[in-house]
Design a protein around this ligand. Structure first.
Ligand code: NAP
Length: 244
């Protein structure tokens, strides 16, 4: 099997953690980035060690250029290349539009959108010189259909999809594929503030009548890595929730 060196940002919990584990199970070497959740990152590493999987963990705030540079240098020094980048790290924000502050704006855009720009910009030169690469950005259906009290989050995610399509055009000639995955409602910490009643209501709005799991997203990531002719796409995984 053609094993790859893969960086997953925001892999201590939720979708990113599942992506890291699934790809390591495939035989790939995964660098799982985390920021605040050190215990969870260490437990992922421990699980990987028990199962003889190649998962390395690295702490970096991906909204900070200096920390991203240190992380990328660490990976290149230790693994010599990065074949696949998965920009997954993100934060949610629910607020009425009038209540969003400049500070909120800067914080959410920095973590959700600037981080994708920054991490990708640090890695792309090495992918170009290797004449191969795969970049997968985790956006959201809110970036496509919008969400009430989610203007800032939706703007950050729509920005990711625009970046994805433009980069796919620019980097296609260098044999680098760039795609987004836009999840719907996925069962992670990000949604744990919703009441059981609200989750039930959401479930009833979803044609497949079930809440998504991190595994649903990880399966698509695995497929995109193995693929060789898909680029510039925003792949919606939401049980049909956003069908209009
Ligand atoms: P989650 O359970 O809250 O996990 C978020 C992850 O992002 C954590 O591992 C966290 O790491 C990391 N992270 C946050 N800020 C970071 C930073 N500055 N630097 C590095 N890592 C950072 O969320 P999730 O549901 O798995 O979400 C993963 C991605 O999917 C996000 O981009 C989210 O917007 C997107 N998404 C989720 C849903 C959903 O319904 N869950 C739907 C659509 C899109 P630490 O805890 O270590 O800081």
């Amino acid at each position: 099997m053609n094993t790859k060196i893969i960086l997953v940002t925001g892999a201590s919990r939720g979708i990113g953690r599942e992506i890291a584990y699934t790809l390591a199970k495939q035989g790939h070497t995964v660098i799982a980035n985390y920021n605040k959740s050190e215990d969870q990152a260490l437990s992922l590493k421990e699980q990987a060690n028990k199962e003889n999987l190649n998962i390395d963990i690295f702490k970096a705030d991906v909204s900070k250029r200096n920390e991203v540079k240190v992380m990328v240098n660490y990976i290149l020094n230790n693994y010599k290349k990065i074949d696949v980048l998965i920009n997954n790290a993100g934060i949610d924000q629910e607020k009425q539009f009038q209540d969003i502050t400049d500070e909120d704006w800067t914080n959410v855009i920095n973590v959700n959108l600037y981080s994708v720009f920054c991490v990708t910009q640090e890695i792309v030169p090495y992918m170009i010189s290797n004449k191969t690469g795969c970049i997968i950005n985790i956006s959201s259906i809110y970036g496509i259909i919008g969400g009430s009290c989610a203007a800032l989050y939706s703007a950050s995610k729509a920005g990711i999809d625009g970046l994805t399509k433009s980069l796919a055009k620019e980097l296609g000639p260098s044999n680098i594929r760039v795609n987004s995955i836009a999840p719907g409602y996925i069962d992670t910490d990000m949604n744990k503030h919703f009441s059981t009643e609200t989750v039930e209501e959401i479930k009833n709005e979803i044609p497949l009548n079930k809440i998504g799991t991190p595994q649903s997203i990880a399966k698509c990531v695995k497929w995109l890595i193995d693929d060789d002719y898909t680029t510039g796409q925003v792949i919606v995984i939401d049980g049909g929730w956003s069908i209009i």
